[in-house]
Ligand binder design. Structure first.
Ligand SMILES: Cc1ncc(COP(=O)(O)O)c(C=O)c1O
Length: 386
C-alpha cells in the first residue's frame, strides 16, 4: 500500500530530537525554528514530559469518558491557574480542527443561531465547520460549502460593526485567531478584539478565540488574545498543549452551561494525553517559558528588523513572521539545505518562526548569523564582482 500523497515533502527523515534540535537518519543536526508547525512548546523529548508519559503508560493509557478520569481534573486545575481562566470549563478533544468544530457547534447550541463570522486569511482546520470558516477555497470541498459563514476583512472595525448592525440577531459566533498563523502572521489589533467582545455581548453572540497556534504561552501571554485585556467566551487549544502528543481542548466561560451529550469524544482526555498535557504545563511554569518567549522573541525581532532585505517583521513572543523579497525567495530553502535550519512559511514569501518556547539565546544568535550569511551569499551571487 502507498501513502495517500497529500503533502509536498522535504527529502529528510528525522529520527531523533532533543530541545530545539533534530537529527536525520544520516546523523545531520538541524536547528528547529519551526517546532513541527508550532507544536513543540517545551522542547523536543523533554525528560519530564517523557517520564510523565512513560509512568502513565505503565499504569493505564486509555479508558473511555464513561468513567471518572481524575487526570482531566488535574489538567483543568493547572490550566486554569496558568491561563488565569480559573472559572472556565474544560472539554478535551484531539486536534485543533476538532476544538474549533466543538466551539462553533457549542456556540450554536447555546444561542440557537446559525451564522458565523470569520475573517480574511483565517485558518481554522480541515473538518466540516472549521474548514467552512477557513478562508481558502482550495480546502473547502463542495459538501462543506455553507452560507452560514460570513467572511469579513481582518481588523476592519467598520465592516464588523456594519455586519452586526444588519445581521446581529442571527450571528451565533465570531471566530478569530489572535495572530493569524497559516495566513502569514497577522496580529489582530487589540481594539478589534475589544470590539468583537463588546458586539458579541451586545448581540448575544459567542466570541471564540482560536488559540490553536498563537496560544499556550507562545506570545508571552497564555493566550495571545489576552493582550486585548478582554475575555473570550471560548478559547480553542491544540498544538503546543501536548508538545507533540495529540491533545486539544476548548475552555468555556461559566455563563455557557454544559448539557449532557451535546459534545462528546472517544479519545479526547485519555489518560496518556492528560499526562502529556500536565507535563507541558508543569514545564511552562517551572522553566518560566512564557518569559523566555518574550525575551528571545524580542531579541529575534530586533535583530531581524536590522536586516535591510527583510520587510515587515511582525508577531509577538516566539510567533514571528517577515516578508522576503522576490529575488531572495529561496531563502527558506537555503536556510534548510545550507544552514540546516528548519523554519516555517506562508505563501507567497513569508518566513514564519514557531520554535520551542525554550529556545536558547545562543540558538537565536546562530539563526541570525545564518540568515545574514545566506542573504549575503544570495546577494553576492546575484551581483557578481567582475
Ligand atoms: C489557527 C489554527 N486553527 C486550527 C488549526 C487546525 O489544527 P489541527 O491541524 O490540529 O486540526 C490550525 C493548524 O494549523 C491552526 O493554525
Amino acid at each position: 500500500m502507498n501513502l495517500f500523497d497529500v503533502y509536498p515533502l522535504n527529502d529528510i527523515t528525522i529520527v531523533k530530537a532533543k530541545g530545539s534540535y533534530v537529527w536525520d537518519d544520516k546523523g545531520e543536526q538541524y536547528l528547529d525554528l519551526y517546532g513541527g508547525h508550532a507544536v513543540i512548546s517545551i522542547g523536543h523529548t523533554h525528560p519530564h514530559w517523557v517520564n510523565r508519559i512513560e509512568d502513565q503508560l505503565e499504569k493505564i493509557a486509555f479508558y473511555s469518558n464513561s468513567v471518572k478520569i481524575p487526570l482531566q481534573q488535574e489538567l483543568a486545575q493547572k490550566l486554569g491557574m496558568l491561563s488565569g481562566k480559573e472559572t472556565y470549563q474544560l472539554f478535551l478533544c484531539n486536534s485543533g480542527a476538532e476544538a474549533n468544530e466543538n466551539a462553533l457547534k457549542l456556540a450554536s447550541f447555546h444561542n440557537g443561531r446559525k451564522k458565523i463570522i470569520a475573517f480574511s486569511k483565517a485558518f481554522h482546520g480541515r473538518t466540516s465547520l472549521a474548514v467552512a470558516a477557513t478562508d481558502n477555497r482550495n480546502y473547502i470541498a463542495p459538501v462543506n460549502e455553507t452560507d452560514h459563514v460570513i467572511f469579513l476583512p481582518f481588523n476592519d472595525e467598520e465592516a464588523l460593526t456594519a455586519c452586526f448592525k444588519e445581521k446581529g440577531a442571527t450571528i451565533s459566533s465570531v471566530i478569530i485567531e489572535g495572530i493569524q498563523g497559516v495566513g502569514g502572521i497577522h496580529v489582530a489589533n487589540d481594539s478589534f478584539l475589544r470590539l468583537i467582545r463588546s458586539l458579541c455581548t451586545e448581540y448575544g453572540a459567542v466570541y471564540i478565540a482560536d488559540s490553536v497556534q498563537c496560544g499556550y504561552g507562545r506570545t508571552g501571554k497564555f493566550f495571545s488574545h489576552d493582550y486585548a485585556a478582554v475575555n473570550a467566551d471560548i478559547y480553542t487549544m491544540a498544538k503546543g498543549m501536548g508538545n507533540g502528543f495529540p491533545v486539544a481542548g476548548i475552555i468555556v466561560a461559566p455563563h455557557i452551561p454544559p448539557i449532557h451529550l451535546q459534545l462528546g469524544t472517544t479519545f479526547g482526555g485519555n489518560h496518556l494525553a492528560c499526562a502529556a498535557a500536565i507535563a507541558v504545563l508543569e514545564i511552562i511554569e517551572e522553566e518560566k517559558l512564557m518569559g523566555n518567549a518574550v525575551t528571545i522573541g524580542k531579541y529575534l525581532k530586533d535583530e531581524l528588523e536590522n536586516i535591510p532585505q527583510l520587510k515587515n517583521v511582525r508577531g509577538r513572543g516566539l510567533m514571528i513572521g517577515f516578508d522576503v523579497p522576490e529575488d531572495l525567495k529561496s531563502l527558506k530553502k537555503n536556510l534548510l539545505w545550507n544552514q540546516k535550519i528548519f523554519t516555517g512559511e506562508s505563501k507567497p514569501n513569508v518566513i514564519r518562526l514557531l520554535p520551542s518556547l525554550a529556545l536558547k539565546k545562543k540558538d537565536a544568535e546562530q539563526f541570525i548569523d545564518s540568515i545574514k550569511e545566506e542573504i549575503e551569499n544570495m546577494v553576492s551571487l546575484s551581483n557578481p564582482v567582475s
